[in-house]
Design a protein around this ligand. Sequence first.
Ligand code: ATR
Length: 286
Amino acid sequence: MNSQTQLIGLIGHPVSHSKSPEMHNGMFAKLDLNYVYLAFDVPPSHLKEAIEGMKALKIKGFNVTIPHKVEVMKYLDQVSEEAKQIGAVNTIVNDEGRLIGYNTDGIGYLRSLIEETGVQLKGKRVLILGAGGAARAIGYTIANSPIGQLTIINRDQNKAHILRKSLEQYTKTDVLSIEQMEKGVKEADIIVNTTSIGMAPNIDQSLIKKEWIQPNHLVSDIIYNPLETKLIQEARSQGAQVHSGLGMFIYQGVIAFEKWTGITPDPSYMRLKVIESIKEKGRNTC
Ligand code: ATR
């Protein structure tokens, strides 16, 4: 074991609600690793100094959350190709004084989807609802998997077209209007909600009518507050396979943990720690 404790941080504004400290510290303790994970509330006006401080203090790594995921990129020594394409960084590794930025959201989502549902993506028609930051990360990773085609539906159709333009180099991608939602759902194999519709406190909302969902669908929602959205509950009641949101959060953490420590953690233990923390604090945003 390394005799000097290694520090991993989270920078965001605010950060007090984050479940990342419990998730990572629980796993460090279980594996007897001499690491500690702390959350730092850094307002945008202090982002540059925070990054310089990270270098000066030789902090091993950071997670980055709202509102710094885009802005932080300009202070790093290197940004992974994936994070460049997504346009955001959520994980930084301090590699002997060089800060390298990654985005583990998209790959975390995909690993969670595959490991938790066993889905084979080859040739599948995927419908993504939303065109914000989460949709960019998931869209990039899904478009780089062997799916058959991607369709994007977003309230602001211009944003959907901007996302389409960035993804069509990887896979066949099209856009439907929000009025064409029924057609989009019926023509899809996998439906992924990346919008905030259905998130607490508006838990009685869903973009999709229950009767459009069929048993052959796989319905995935990245919201985990509540742990099961209306969309997920209705999809299950229609006989569809479902994938709920906590997995993306857990697996983005799994991949970051691997990058910082070189060790693969146990996703089910990390999930347990997050669920324990949600129950204790009664809040569950990250
Ligand atoms: P995130 O980083 O979580 O993706 P975001 O970038 O703010 O957050 O994106 C939020 C997504 O939810 C967007 O696709 C947004 O649609 P617009 O681009 O049209 O704003 C979608 N969204 C939020 N509220 C919505 C609503 N009431 N109806 C439909 N879509 C909504």
